[in-house]
Write a protein that binds this ligand. Structure first.
Ligand code: ATP
Length: 331
């Protein structure tokens, strides 16, 4: 037992081992072997080194974006008094976080006061007498808090009365053609500064060769003015493959994508913004439930006798989100 153990130890310590080379003189096997070697070399040199440049360190972009929209519109419809619009009227809010919203269509309900009025008729608000209405009941889909009374909405319909801002908004009256159709000719200046902190690279999309007189008159055009940071809204929407007037009716979200991927290798040496545009809210061709983008806001007034009134606006429009991305590859 002990002798066997000692013998195994001696073999382990003093046996000499060497691999034996087997040569297979066969063209087919040789071709497969060389082809596999070639694939490995192509992957390492071609893809990892040349395409991916995996030998380089990379850094991600830090960016700041500001926008300024310009343009005027004039509306003269039967629903509203003739009205002139400038940027302070149609960009809501006036400053956004990497985005700006341009009002294109709306439902306006003027002269609302805090009072009582019959609800808009629908299966849950129609009533025959007061017993059908519950005092204090409020439905988030409704327009106010029920008073418990059943009132005449029209000569043919009775609905539960609500405490609310009356008269109530009737948003089925959304104009079929966008009210601010001329918003397509508004322009936006996008100022974008970026930093790659690891490599101390700073750039802005107003490139060094752009002077103020050029900035006053230029407009982005992929062929003729690819460096101009002023974009016409219609062109942004059409480059995203959409029709401005269609999108303006119910609103939507559009992405302005700025790619700052830089390669600072001496033979590449480029670090310019590349612009692209795409619609971000899903426009499903079949399921067209709840399309577009809208929200409500109000402007408040006081009448001469001190009563508070407001104009409610259900605003439809296009929100433009500026999305900046990129990585830098240093020399
Ligand atoms: N949306 C836009 N469309 C066209 N030009 C624009 C737009 N926004 C700014 N500009 C022009 O770009 C230049 C730089 O704009 P910036 O906002 O930095 O300066 P500004 O003097 O405050 O501009 P302004 O007083 O004209 O609003 C100005 O000549 C300005 O008129």
């Amino acid at each position: 037992m002990t002798a066997g153990f000692c013998q195994r130890c001696l073999h382990y310590a003093f046996d000499y081992e060497t691999p034996k080379t087997l040569v297979i003189p066969n063209i087919g096997v040789g071709c497969v072997f060389r082809f596999t070697q070639l694939l490995v070399v192509l992957y390492v040199v071609g893809y990892v080194c040349v395409v991916q440049k995996a030998y380089q360190e990379t850094d991600s972009v830090i960016s700041s974006v500001t926008t300024k929209v310009k343009g005027f519109a004039f509306t003269n419809t039967s629903d509203m008094d003739p009205r002139f619009w400038d940027v302070a009227d149609y960009v809501i809010p006036s400053q956004g976080d990497n985005s700006f919203f341009v009002l294109t269509n709306m439902v306006v309900t003027p002269n609302q006061t805090q009072s009582r009025c019959p609800e808009l008729p629908n299966p849950s608000t129609t009533c025959v007498d007061d017993c059908d209405c519950i005092e204090g009941h409020s439905d988030p889909q409704g327009n106010g808090i029920q008073t418990g009374l059943c009132e005449n909405y029209s000569t043919t319909a009775k609905t539960c009365e609500v405490l609310s801002w009356c008269p109530l908004e009737i948003d089925t009256k959304l104009p079929e053609h966008a009210l601010l159709a001329s918003a397509e000719n508004f322009t936006v200046l996008i100022k974008n500064s970026i930093t790659y902190p690891k490599f101390n690279v700073h750039r802005r999309n107003i490139l060094p060769h752009i002077n103020s007189s050029y900035l006053k008159r230029c407009e982005f055009n992929r062929a003729t003015d690819p460096d101009c940071p002023i974009f016409r809204l219609k062109n942004i929407v059409s480059e995203a493959g959409e029709e401005f007037q269609d999108m303006a009716v119910k609103g939507g979200v559009l992405g302005i994508i700025i790619d700052w991927s830089c390669d600072l290798d001496w033979w590449a040496g480029k670090c310019y913004p590349k612009y692209s545009f795409r619609r971000l809210d899903s426009k499903h061709p079949v399921n067209n439930v709840a399309p577009g983008y809208n929200f409500r806001f109000a402007k408040y007034y006081k009448t001469q006798d001190g009563e508070e009134t407001r104009t409610l606006i259900k605003a439809y429009g296009i929100r433009f989100d500026v999305i900046v991305f990129g990585t830098v590859r240093p020399e």
